[in-house]
Design a protein around this ligand. Structure first.
Ligand SMILES: *Cc1c(COP(=O)(O)O)cnc(C)c1O
Length: 308
């Protein structure tokens, strides 16, 4: 849609930029902009050429500025080829729950405006309240040109995704049928009625039950409990954005499958943990209670402690 809308305005821009360590899904286009080797390597010969610009290396504002500077350097060279940059706002999910400062989003928005590049926010994972705002982009007070949503849209119960765009981009496709400007890119199950009903029911719950407010309170509670993990000798660091907490382990080689041991400990003790490599993380359903948080995080703490 980004490529096509540029084309409708008379410019052909073929290049898509994404962040290092990003994950956007596994169909060809999505895999092409992704940067997690585990998923990508096998299909490499089939993929579209894309360019990666560095993700901020940690949650500091300095790292956000450094990474934005690198993106602008790329734009100075190749802006006339670049259609869009796609990114996961604030948290790279499948990329080991890597987190960065919201200032990066503000700076990228500015650079995109300056060089006529679309900003695509993939909020498939962080959307619908996960980071403490309904959408992660709101925490940076920016509006992307495209907003990609799924997962939380149906409360995770039925497959449905949506792409939102601006009136300006919508207008570029508006035409008579024979003008080749229309967006003819559809799927058999577009607007599936059952999935849309599940989405409407989910949105009703957001409106009715003060979900975001409750999330923030649980997230603060999880944040307090997270501090304790820092005391463990095999913990390198901890981090949190909204209701996503991550604990990074240190001192292990990848063949040791340390995550698997944590997973098995959890399973034996009634908790479903699902570490990504050496990162144990918590991203619980919003209905979780504080007592259940205790169970989840205390069990993970014991699991990590049992490793030494
Ligand atoms: C899960 C995820 C996707 C992939 O969604 P699919 O429906 O599996 O294609 C894309 N982007 C992000 C950020 C995700 O976390």
């Amino acid at each position: 849609m980004s490529f096509h809308s540029h084309k409708n305005s008379g410019v052909e821009k073929k290049l898509f930029v994404s962040l290092t360590n990003s994950y956007h899904g596994e169909t060809i286009g999505a895999l092409s902009v992704g940067d997690v080797k585990l998923y990508k390597d096998t299909y490499e010969p089939l993929l579209i050429q894309t360019v990666q610009t560095p993700v901020p290396k940690d949650m500091s504002i300095e790292s956000a500025k450094e990474a934005a500077f690198m993106f602008e350097e790329l734009c100075k060279e190749r802006a006339d080829e670049i259609s869009a940059i796609i990114l996961e706002p604030l948290v790279q999910g499948a990329g080991y729950m890597h987190m960065y400062h919201k200032e990066f989003l503000v700076l990228v928005r500015g650079i995109c405006n300056k060089y006529d590049i679309h900003m695509i926010a993939d909020e498939v994972m962080v959307g619908f309240g996960r980071t403490g705002e309904m959408f992660a982009c709101q925490s940076a007070d920016i509006t992307p040109d495209f907003l990609v949503l799924s997962k939380g849209l149906t409360g995770g119960y039925l497959p449905l995704s949506v792409v939102l765009t601006t009136d300006e981009i919508y207008a570029r496709f508006y035409c008579e049928y024979n003008e080749h400007k229309a967006f003819l890119h559809s799927h058999s199950y577009t607007g599936n009625a059952l999935a849309c009903a599940a989405a409407n029911a989910t949105l009703d719950i957001f409106e009715r039950d003060g979900v975001i407010e409750k999330n923030r309170e649980i997230a603060r509670y999880m944040g307090k409990k997270l501090l304790k993990f820092q005391e463990l000798q095999n913990v390198a660091s901890i981090r949190r954005t909204g209701m996503i907490c991550a604990v990074e382990l240190k001192g292990y080689k990848s063949h040791e499958r340390i995550g698997l041991k944590v997973y098995q400990y959890g399973l034996n003790n009634g908790v479903l943990l699902r570490p990504l490599g050496h990162v144990v993380y918590f991203m619980p359903p919003y209905i979780i209670t504080k007592a259940e948080c205790d169970k989840m995080m205390d069990t993970a703490y014991e699991a990590i402690k049992s490793l030494f």
